[in-house]
Design a protein around this ligand. Structure first.
Ligand SMILES: [Mg+2]
Length: 371
């Protein structure tokens, strides 16, 4: 079966309250949104993707309905790269932002179709590394009071995770104290990293980086603004701790300098933002060529994003770990009939059914549908 026509593309914007509000160095989050994309075919196969759509999800849904749907309607669902190119060129000018996040949902659904047609999990289509599980790191210790940070850390350890990420922010003195506190709680054997969500100047990032080196942290994520490539060059030249970034990159072209100049040791594309499975694979392949490791960014995404991230992690030769949010999230935990990515001994289980390997729970879609 090599000719399967797309008969409809449907977008469902979904919003839910986060049961435990989250605080980064940048902002507090009390709600989350995604867009679920459904593609129907004349073979009776129906598949799913997810767009990041964190704010104004109905605007993303409109982009899928009115911009991307007409491009792929009636076309062969298996021509995935042809569709990616046509969708990416649907607007003139430099593309990124909402368009690429909307494309991500359609592209991921097309890979789900290809897997279901072949009767294989998507990670087999990508060229599997033969993994059944991927080591997970706990994300993230909140940038709140010390007693909350302590409780978060202890919860991650109790869940069996051996690697933990800590949110930090300004002022630098408080961040340095937090870096020392979490090392003291976790002990020397636990792998620790921090995420600053781009809040520092280059000078402050160097001061924080020195503390990370002293406390043997694994990586320093998004120390400065994503656009400040010159700043990353400066940090790379002056710090020993490895830098991590990439969750704000939409395409391999945008991640190219971070990777090809080896400014980061860890690249972190989000499949629901970085153009879907097709473009995220291009990013980890480029990173592999430069001996840069790949950690899927998952964050406050839904169950389809997590499933797609697990398939990519199962296939990437250079994967390090998977970001695993331990906090309750209805759009991850209840979007699929069976929860995706069960944790076993600090590792998430790779789905092994055809396609992305889940069934949608339509009660959850109805409960959280925004429009
Ligand atoms: Mg981050």
């Amino acid at each position: 079966m090599t000719d399967i026509r797309i008969t409809d593309v449907i977008a469902y914007p979904l919003t839910c309250r986060i049961p435990v509000p989250q605080r980064t160095g940048f902002a507090e989050f009390t709600a989350m949104s995604i867009v679920l994309v459904e593609i129907r075919t004349d073979a009776g196969i129906t598949c799913y993707g997810e767009c990041l759509g964190r704010f104004a999800p109905t605007a993303y849904a409109e982009a899928v309905r009115h911009l991307l749907r007409p491009i792929v309607l009636g076309a062969n669902a298996l021509d995935i790269q042809a569709h990616w190119q046509r969708m990416q060129r649907s607007l003139s000018g430099r593309s990124g932002g909402m368009l690429l996040e909307a494309i991500a949902g359609v592209d991921t659904a097309l890979w789900d179709i290809a897997g279901k047609v072949a009767g294989l999990p998507v990670h087999c289509l990508l060229g599997s590394m033969g993994r059944q599980r991927i080591t997970a790191y706990g994300s993230s210790v909140n940038w709140l009071e010390d007693d909350v940070a302590r409780a978060d850390t202890e919860a991650f350890l109790a869940a069996g995770l051996r690697s933990i990420k800590v949110k930090i922010g300004a002022p630098v003195e408080r961040a340095v104290a937090r870096i020392g506190l979490i090392r003291q709680i976790a002990g020397p054997e636990i792998s620790l990293s921090v995420d600053a969500n781009s809040v520092y100047s280059v000078d402050d990032a160097i001061r924080v980086g020195r503390a990370l080196e002293a406390q043997d942290y694994l990586w320093f994520e998004e120390p400065i603004a994503a656009e400040d490539i010159g700043g990353y060059r400066h940090l790379r030249a002056h710090l020993d701790v490895r830098l991590a970034a990439g969750e704000q990159d939409y395409t391999v072209q945008q991640a190219r300098e971070l990777i090809a100049e080896r400014l980061v040791g860890v690249i972190q594309p989000d499949v629901a933002r970085s153009g879907g499975i097709s473009e995220t694979r291009r990013i980890y392949d480029l990173a592999h060529a430069f001996h840069v490791q790949y950690c899927p960014h998952v964050g406050w995404s839904g169950g389809v994003c997590l499933a797609a991230s697990l398939h990519l992690a199962a296939a990437a030769p250079n994967v390090l770990m998977l970001e695993y949010m331990l906090y309750p999230n209805p759009l991850r935990d209840a979007l699929t009939v069976e929860p995706v990515g069960r944790l076993v001994d600090g590792a998430a289980v790779i789905p092994d059914g055809p396609g992305l390997g889940f069934e949608i729970n339509w009660d959850t879609v109805a409960q959280y549908r925004a429009a």
